[in-house]
Ligand binder design. Structure first.
Ligand code: IVH
Length: 789
């Protein structure tokens, strides 16, 4: 054997091995080698072919992507027309289909037997994939052509593109295939691949595909097959025009599978039409979990003999039926856009649509979210739009059909006045903090400034105030609130506590008992827990969880009302935006008046108290300096400054020389600090903030008079286990500020061990060595006591 022969043999071996791995991977879904091994075989083959171009054959796995883009798609005549399917949308239509077919088969079966009206029929059930129908032809086992369905008679030659689809074999596996084989099936894009593709498209600043089907179509109709090759397409075979491969449709597909053609793993043969209905129900339930989109299922009479005897009607087989799921997307017209006003005044555009059935439900409204979304969609009134309903989600407009835009389409304008109360509508602002600056940008939300004078806001605010998770006032439903507002009996949540028996009994549907019940429900809501009261106020962005944090940390509505945004920023989970929303809520005189009235009318939280220890614990002087967010003054430098100057007064008194005297503080950081402190009004703001924090129960651990001996000087402490009220860093820095050293291991010299929950070996060691041990609560108490000294 000469060496060229050796290479040719190796090339054949490599191709066979790669084809077998492709088959295991794509058809059997059962890979036998890791990707790395596959890649090695592939690179070896590619290298050998590069060195010996004369040995390249078009069915080599390396030849999926062809060199040159084509100028246009050639036309292809289908030898056997590609037909379509009859559709059913309801169970009766499925039963009718079966009855017709079974009766027809039964009668043909035995013309003399009057009772033999139905034949027994097996059905093959398959998912109806939502992609594009293609035909793929093999000659002598080699892929020679692929075509789109086109009009059923003539399609387009997309051979170069289909060759790039990894689960389409370029050569058939096994044996027994006919000299010519044409398989038919669906090319589709799995959901995950679609999401990844759209992500890439968006990152490249291009328009994303509306759905996997469009993406598959766009990918397949590329003149440059390199583009198709980069798209995550797959093929699933559902039939063949080649006859006599087996006795039934299902066994034909099984044979094709043995030759390397992918078929649906969901294919199932059932014994009667009831089995088909059960299949439809089952797959309908699993639809969302399937890795690809389907728009229904297809039932096919399985026996080919029966198929032949039924034949076709017009362009549809009498032996198959597509039972479609209710469409989840429909096209309709955008008649108008109205603006709804929510509880916090947010003015939201709502699309009024020409009613259309989507997913089995009549849809006439869809949310447009906000004006940014309107701009993103580029939608105008009068446009044809695609409406999508996914599961229980509120219908959404996903796309505008620009080709259908009428001449008189109108643009959607943000109202300048509230459609309900006529007050001014303003765009919200977003506040972010970056490098010690507040960066204000325009928000997506527009808000009616009418607050409670706006009926829409008042009604929503009242509903929220009385709702189960807020003050939980039973018996105040939407209808009653509407009446109270319409009759001007209630202009704020506080007014609920002023309602009289005479006023309530006058309302529709009230009698003596129900009026008394409502009044006593209102009266007994006067002592809610603080978190509920804060939630009930309806502060924008303050949900139940945030309300709990605020209640626990601050202990009273009054403190919340007074808190500067910077004070709120000390709290866990309160970000800049929320802090500013809260502050602006309490800066509003309307809101303050309502809160004052509530208090006068006896509505008080039952659990008001001191600020939480967690909050107190997180305030150190170093932390305070860190919060200024001065460039170059982060945690370590803040600690250096705190240790050096001890107090705000000390820091303010520092001149340039003093700053330079701070150990290991860079000149740049010193300069930045000096510039910061010299900004107009800065010192005043800092003093006010410090004052507030102190009034709220905080006290800087460094405020002890200088020169006083540190209470824990000379001691070594060890922290172990999980601390719940403090972070390790906080505990460590507070101990250090009291003069202690904090060590990592316990020895006989250890002064004290703080043991949090699930403390382990260090605690055991401390006990063995009789070192004092404190639990976290006792430790915190001791810290506070020492810090006060
Ligand atoms: S059988 C003569 N089986 O649905 C029967 N079609 O509405 C030919 N489709 O053009 C089609 N999944 O693109 C069949 N399991 C399936 C299918 C399926 C999707 C598509 C196919 C066809 C269209 C007919």
């Amino acid at each position: 054997m000469n060496s060229n022969q050796g290479i040719a043999t190796r090339i054949v071996q490599l191709r066979q091995a790669i084809e077998q791995h492709d088959y295991n991977y794509y058809v059997l879904d059962d890979p036998t080698v890791p990707d790395s091994e596959y890649d090695r075989l592939f690179s070896e083959l590619r290298e050998l072919e590069q060195q010996h171009p004369e040995l390249i054959s078009s069915d080599s796995p390396t030849q999926r992507v062809s060199g040159q883009p084509s100028a246009a798609f050639k036309q292809v005549q289908h030898q056997v027309p590609m037909l379509s399917l009859g559709n059913a949308f309801a169970e009766e239509q499925v039963l009718e289909f079966a009855q017709r077919a079974e009766q027809s088969l039964g009668t043909q079966h035995d013309r003399n037997d009057l009772f033999a009206v139905s034949a027994s029929v097996n059905y093959c059930c398959e998912p109806k994939l939502d992609g594009l129908a293609v035909s793929i032809s093999y000659e002598q086992g080699v892929l020679v052509r692929a075509a789109t369905r086109g009009d059923g008679q003539t399609g387009e030659d997309i051979t170069a593109n289909v060759r790039t689809i990894r689960n389409v074999p370029l050569k058939l596996q096994g044996q027994g295939w006919p000299a010519f084989l044409e398989v038919r099936g669906e090319v589709y894009m799995p959901k995950a691949g679609f999401a990844a593709l759209n992500q890439r498209v968006l990152e490249a600043g291009q328009k994303p595909f509306a759905n996997p089907r469009n993406a598959a179509a766009g990918s397949l109709r590329q003149l440059d097959s390199k583009i198709t090759a980069s798209r995550p397409l797959e093929f699933c075979c559902y039939g063949t025009s080649t006859e006599d491969l087996a006795e039934s449709h299902s066994s034909t597909l099984q044979r094709l599978r043995e030759w390397g053609i992918s078929i649906s793993p969901e294919m199932q043969v059932v014994e009667n039409i009831q089995g088909c209905l059960a299949y439809y129900a089952d797959i309908g339930q699993r639809r969302a979990q399937l890795p690809y989109d389907i728009d229904g299922v297809v039932f096919k009479i399985d026996a080919l003999q029966q198929q032949r005897s039924l034949g076709f009607r017009a362009r549809e087989p009498r032996w198959a039926l597509a039972y479609k799921f209710a469409a989840q997307e429909e096209i309709t017209e955008l008649l108008d856009v109205e603006f709804q006003v929510g509880r916090t005044g947010a003015v939201t555009p709502v699309a009024r649509l020409k009613p259309v059935h989507v997913g089995g439900v009549m849809v006439s409204n869809a949310t447009l979210h906000n004006m940014d979304e309107v701009a993103r969609l580029g939608v105008m009134i009068g446009d044809s739009v695609i409406v999508r309903r996914a599961g229980d989600v509120i219908p959404q407009i996903t796309q505008v059909v620009l080709e259908r835009r009428p001449h008189d389409a109108r643009s959607i304008e943000t109202p300048t006045q509230c459609p309900v109360c006529g007050s001014q509508v303003e765009r919200t602002q977003l506040v972010r903090r970056s490098k010690n600056k507040h960066v204000v940008s325009e928000g997506a939300v527009w808000r009616c400034m009418g607050r409670l004078s706006c009926q829409a806001q008042l009604q929503q605010a009242l509903l929220h105030f009385v709702s189960r998770r807020a003050l939980d006032i039973d018996g105040l439903g939407e209808k009653i609130i509407e009446q109270l507002v319409a009759r001007k009996l209630v202009a704020s949540p506080a007014d609920l506590y002023r309602l009289s028996y005479e006023q309530v009994i006058e309302l529709d549907g009230f009698a003596d008992l129900s009026a008394n019940n409502l009044l006593s429900a209102i009266a007994s809501s006067k002592q809610p827990r603080l978190a509920r009261l804060i939630f009930a106020l309806g502060i924008p962005d303050v949900g139940e969880e945030t309300a709990k944090v605020l209640a626990r940390a601050l202990g009273s509505v009054q403190r919340l009302q007074q808190a500067f945004p910077q004070t709120l920023l000390w709290l866990p989970e309160i970000g800049t935006e929320v802090a500013y929303e809260i502050a602006s809520f309490f800066a509003d005189s309307h809101n303050l008046a309502v809160i004052a009235q509530l208090s006068e009318l006896g509505v008080h939280a039952s659990d008001e108290g001191q600020p939480d220890a967690e909050f107190q614990a997180c305030t150190t002087f170093a932390g305070f300096i860190e919060q200024f967010q001065i460039a170059g003054v982060a945690r370590t430098n803040a600690q250096r400054l705190a240790e050096h100057f001890k107090t705000t007064a000390g820091l303010f008194a520092a001149d340039w020389l003093d700053l330079c005297g701070v150990e290991r503080l860079s000149k740049n950081a010193a300069q930045a600090l000096q510039d910061f402190l010299q900004q107009e009004g800065q010192r005043q703001r800092i003093l006010e903030l410090e004052q507030q924090l102190i009034v709220f129960g905080m006290h800087w651990t460094c405020q002890r008079a200088q020169g006083q001996a540190a209470p824990l000087a000379g001691q070594t402490w060890v922290l172990t286990g999980t601390l719940e009220l403090l972070t390790r860093d906080q505990a460590k820095s507070r101990l250090e500020q009291l003069g202690a050293k904090v060590a990592g291991s316990v020895s006989a010299k250890t002064s004290c061990v703080v043991a949090g929950s699930s403390a382990g070996s260090k605690l055991t060691k401390a006990q063995e060595l009789a070192v004092p041990v404190l639990d976290e609560a006792t430790f915190l108490e001791k810290l506070m006591q020492l810090e006060k000294q």
